[in-house]
Each structure stands twice: as structure tokens, then as C-alpha cells.
Design a binder for this molecule. Structure first.
Ligand code: FAD
Ligand code: SF4
Length: 518
């Protein structure tokens, strides 16, 4: 064959640059389900690879197989290595394919994981071949745009990147001014649900498993049975038409309230007003441009307020594009950083959900079952605990990468190692996102069902978040006092009576020694 086109598992977009110039009479495509992307060996885990949960693996296999089915219907010649072939790595899949059909050229779109890019390049070097890397046109930012934007700045600040991209794409703009008169409506978007809780929550669509999904389930049970998590309750879009249905449902039933309750949490309510679109976006079943346009149409028709629409667009145009820019800017460095010198192992309850901390039990159990948690559960519950307890950044990174259905390194790594764990020393965010149990109490009803008391930092019912919060402030006071927003907390710590400080220190020691029982 003339050219072999590699379709990676998160590149399931028909409008990809991969297909430019594709000629079915002389070219072919390659797709592969390989063992190490789900079940890496221990040495590979040291290099940042993670064990992928059953739910996440099923999403990838099912979406890939549906995409392959469409390609076959479109008469695109395809070589597909499924998991029963037991191929270990993408390089092995490429090697075997080349032995089988001797392509003259190989093309691929830039992967979402720097490790994959390196591995395939190393294979090419070994085999004296070359891979032509194509631009990933799925994103709103153009090739080199982030790097150029960075070249004019000492420090990247998401807000300015967001304004830059919004202006260039002319999104939610009134000539040169932001629509609604301001760039940011975040101040309106921090409401809790109050005592009564959310009422009449819209129900997201359900997607009953197609035969392809059921077969992928069987294959995972047979060939990857050691993977953690469950295959039950699988309800993620695996085709473009399902992803469009999910988008439509979000826009029509949840977008209008997205802003108000963006940061709120509630017991046994996973979705609230969130979009559930990240896995479809990251697998490229839908693209950010159409998602943003759908939100804008709804806004211009008067069906959603500006704080909701701006808040949503900020996530896609701002955060999503920003973390991608930063991921590629720093590449392999991410996994070497540990600015806070955090070295605790990940507590076992991250794998089971078995803890008396109700907020953690809720947030973890949900991820184990569905592969999803919304942003505040990730940042201010599971991520916050890890940050305060001092879990080693690589260990918590592997947990997020392995369990969340939307986890691909370009987006998971800067969020976990940067925004959540501050391992980057302040690139993604200007300060560590720290809070005590009081924040969780304010934004949810979790504490009402918990045996701990968010207001207490020592004693039998002390909330582990609150104890560890003060311990963190004490431990990192030199760093924190340099930040005007956190210097106040250091002062509060210094003003505590010596016996109170001592009680918190003892409580922390107790926590560390009894971490599996809390
Ligand atoms: P919504 O709340 O409805 O937001 C809309 C969309 O905005 C999302 O679908 C997503 O595409 C985008 N978005 C929102 N926040 C971010 C962000 N911080 N970075 C990038 N995109 C964002 N997101 C992932 O897509 N994959 C990950 O692996 C991932 N890991 C994370 C790990 C940690 C520790 C934290 C704190 C955040 C992580 N995020 C990740 C960001 C965010 O939490 C998810 O994108 C969001 O919760 C997905 O749910 P949703 O689709 O319902 O999002
Ligand atoms: Fe979480 Fe503490 Fe509230 Fe319990 S009291 S739910 S541990 S924040």
C-alpha cells in the first residue's frame, strides 16, 4: 500500500486532517486495541502509564469499534487489531502491520499523549522509517498559537488566553467588547443548592448498549479481567450521533442552570447541571466549535442567561484549550515535577471508596461505577484530599488517568499535576487550591451525612480535611505567605493558641497512622 494512516483511539473524527488526500484504492487505515494502554507493566507505570478501569477501557473499545464499522461501511481499507489478538503496544501493532502490508509512507495525527508520540517515533527510528505527523485540527487554537501567545508573557494566565481566543474566534462578542459587558460572570456562578437541595433535576439521556458494546464487554471480561472498576451501568456516547444527542440534551435541559450551580455538589446526584460532554469531546466524536455554537444559538434565542453561557464557553474556549497549550509547552517535564515534595502513597480507599468521609465516599464510588465526577468533586474533594495529605503527584495522576472516562494525558496531566496538586509550582494556577471541610460543607450536603464535623480540626469527630488543611498551612507557610490570598491563612495559623496548634499536629499524626481507617 501507498500510505498507512494510523487512527488513534481518541481520534475518532471523520473530519480529521488524517483523511486529507486519502485514496482507498492505494491507502489503508490502522487501528489497534493494545494491552499496555489498559494494563501496563509496573515499569511502564513508572513512566506515567496507568491501569485503565473497565469503564474507561470499554468506552475506548466500543467507540473505536463503532468508528471502524463506519469506516468499513464507507469502504475504507482498515487493519484493526482487537484485544483478543493480544498485541502489547502500539509500536508492536505498527510493526506487525508493516510486515503484513509494507506501506511506503506512514501518517498520523499528533497524539494526545507525548509518551505515544515518543514511542512511535522511537519505533520509526529503529526501523529506519519516518512518520508524518499531521496537525490536530479538532481544537480551536491553531498550530503554534499558544506558543506564540506565551512568547509575549512571563506567566500564562488562563483568563488572558481565553480573552485572546474568544476575540480571535469572535465568540460571545459585541463588536470588540464582550457580550453582556464583562468577560467573566464567575461571581454569579458559585451558588450552592441551599438547604432544600436541587429540585426537578433534568435526566440525561440513556444509551442502551449496542451489540458492538456488548461484545467489547465480553472481550474485556475475558482478556483484561484484572482491570479495576465495573462494566455495569455503562452509559457513555460511543458514536457521533449519540454524542450529538448528549449535546442536544445538555443544551435544552441543563445549560440554563449550568452557571448558577457550577460549583455545587449534592449527595447521590452526579450530573446536576453539568454537560457530561468531556468524553465525547476528547474522543472527538464532537468538536468544540459545534458545542460552543450550540450554546450560542440557545443564548441568542433567549433560552439561557449570559452567566450560564459565558461560564460554559469559558470551560471549553478557556480551560480546555489552555491546558492543552500548557501540556504541549512543557511536555515530558510534567511528570518530573513535585514542587511540594509530596511523597505519601495513594490511600487504598481511592480504589474502593471505603472511607467514613462521606464526600470522598460519594465522589470515589461514583467514579468507580461510572468513570465520572464533575469538576468540583475532582478539584475540591478527591484532588483536595490528595493535595492536603501530600500524595505523590505521579500516584494521584495515575488514579485520575486510569479511572475517568475523559482522561487523556493532554487534559488530565495539567489538571491533576498543575491545577489540583500544584506539583508544577504554580504554572496552571497561581496558588494551591486549598480549603478546609468548611468549603465542602458550604457547597454540598455531604457533611450532613458524615460522621465528621467540618468545623473541627482535632478530636474524635474532627474532619480530616480541616485537620490536614491547617497542617498544610503550617508545613508550607513560607511558600504560602508569599501569596497575598493565602498569607492571611498563615496569619490565622500563627494566631492559634499553642495548645490548639499542638492538638492539630497530633491529630495529623494520628490521621497519617490510621489513614486506612478514617
Ligand atoms: P462541564 O462541567 O459540563 O464543562 C464543560 C466542558 O468544559 C467539559 O466537558 C470539558 O470539555 C471542558 N472543561 C471544563 N473544565 C475543564 C478543565 N479544567 N480542563 C479542560 N477542560 C475543561 N477534564 C477532562 O476532559 N479530562 C480529564 O482527564 C480531566 N481530569 C481532571 C482532573 C482534575 C484533578 C481536575 C480538577 C479536573 C479535570 N478535568 C478533566 C477537568 C474537568 O473536571 C472536566 O473536564 C469536567 O468535569 C468534565 O465533565 P463535564 O463534561 O460534565 O464538564
Ligand atoms: Fe467531607 Fe469533612 Fe464534610 Fe465529612 S465533614 S463530608 S469528611 S468535608
Amino acid at each position: 500500500i501507498r500510505t498507512l494512516h494510523i487512527v488513534l483511539g481518541d481520534q475518532l473524527n471523520e473530519d480529521s486532517s488524517l483523511w486529507d488526500g486519502f485514496d482507498p484504492s492505494q491507502d489503508a487505515a490502522l487501528m489497534a486495541e493494545v494491552i499496555e494502554e489498559s494494563l501496563p507493566s509496573t515499569t511502564q507505570q513508572d513512566n506515567g502509564l496507568a491501569i485503565s478501569s473497565k469503564q474507561r477501557t470499554l468506552l475506548f473499545f466500543s467507540a473505536m469499534r463503532h468508528f471502524a464499522q463506519q469506516m468499513t461501511q464507507d469502504n475504507i481499507p482498515l487493519i484493526y487489531w482487537d484485544i483478543p489478538h493480544k498485541i502489547v503496544s502500539l509500536s508492536d501493532a505498527l510493526q506487525q502491520t508493516c510486515e503484513h502490508c509494507s506501506p511506503t509512507n506512514i501518517k498520523a495525527v499528533l497524539p494526545g499523549d507525548y509518551r505515544v508520540y515518543n514511542a512511535l517515533n522511537s519505533w520509526a527510528k529503529r526501523e529506519s522509517r519516518s512518520i508524518e505527523w499531521l496537525e490536530d485540527t479538532h481544537f480551536l487554537a491553531q498550530k503554534g498559537e499558544f506558543k506564540q501567545w506565551m512568547s509575549k508573557r512571563k506567566k500564562p494566565i488562563m483568563e488572558y488566553w481565553y480573552r485572546h481566543l474568544r476575540q480571535r474566534k469572535h465568540l460571545l462578542m459585541d463588536n470588540k467588547k464582550p457580550e453582556g459587558g464583562q468577560w467573566n460572570f464567575d461571581a454569579d456562578n458559585r451558588k450552592s443548592f441551599g438547604k432544600a437541595g436541587p429540585t426537578n433535576l433534568p435526566i440525561p439521556p440513556t444509551f442502551s448498549p449496542a451489540p458492538i458494546t456488548l461484545q467489547a464487554q465480553k472481550d474485556i471480561e475475558k482478556h483484561l479481567s484484572e482491570l479495576p472498576g465495573t462494566l455495569e451501568d455503562f452509559n457513555w456516547p460511543v458514536t457521533r450521533s449519540q454524542a450529538l444527542e448528549a449535546l442536544d440534551s445538555f443544551i435544552n435541559t441543563r445549560l440554563a442552570s449550568f452557571g448558577d450551580h457550577q460549583d455545587a455538589m449534592w449527595t447521590n446526584e452526579q450530573t446536576l447541571f453539568h454537560s457530561l460532554l468531556s468524553s465525547s469531546l476528547n474522543l472527538k466524536l464532537i468538536n468544540p466549535q459545534e458545542v460552543v455554537e450550540a450554546a450560542l444559538v440557545h443564548y441568542h434565542a433567549g433560552h439561557a442567561p449570559i452567566n450560564a453561557v459565558e461560564g460554559f464557553i469559558r470551560q471549553i474556549v478557556g480551560w480546555r484549550e489552555y491546558v492543552r497549550g500548557l501540556y504541549w509547552y512543557h511536555r515530558a517535564d510534567w511528570l518530573t515535577w513535585n514542587a511540594l515534595e509530596a511523597n505519601q502513597p495513594l490511600p487504598d480507599f481511592y480504589w474502593t471508596g471505603k472511607t467514613h468521609m462521606h464526600c470522598m465516599n460519594q465522589s470515589i464510588t461514583q467514579v468507580l461505577q461510572t468513570g465520572y465526577g464533575h469538576h468540583i468533586q475532582r478539584l475540591m474533594v478527591t484532588g483536595l484530599f490528595s493535595l492536603l495529605y501530600g500524595v505523590n503527584p505521579k500516584a494521584i495522576h495515575q488514579w485520575y488517568l486510569g479511572f475517568f472516562v475523559d482522561a487523556i494525558p493532554w487534559v488530565e496531566v495539567p489538571n491533576t499535576l498543575g491545577m489540583s496538586q500544584y506539583a508544577d509550582g504554580g504554572i496552571v494556577g497561581s496558588k494551591p487550591y486549598i480549603a478546609s471541610g468548611n468549603y465542602i460543607n458550604k457547597m454540598s450536603n455531604y457533611c450532613k451525612h458524615c460522621r465528621y464535623n467540618p468545623k473541627k480540626s482535632s478530636g474524635d469527630d474532627a474532619c480530616p480535611f480541616t485537620t490536614l488543611y491547617w497542617n498544610f498551612v503550617d508545613k508550607h507557610q513560607e511558600r504560602l505567605s508569599k501569596n497575598p490570598r493565602l498569607a492571611m491563612q498563615v496569619k490565622h495559623w500563627s494566631n492559634k493558641a499553642p495548645n490548639e496548634q499542638q492538638a492539630i499536629k497530633e491529630q495529623t499524626l494520628w490521621l497519617v497512622n490510621h489513614i486506612q481507617d478514617i
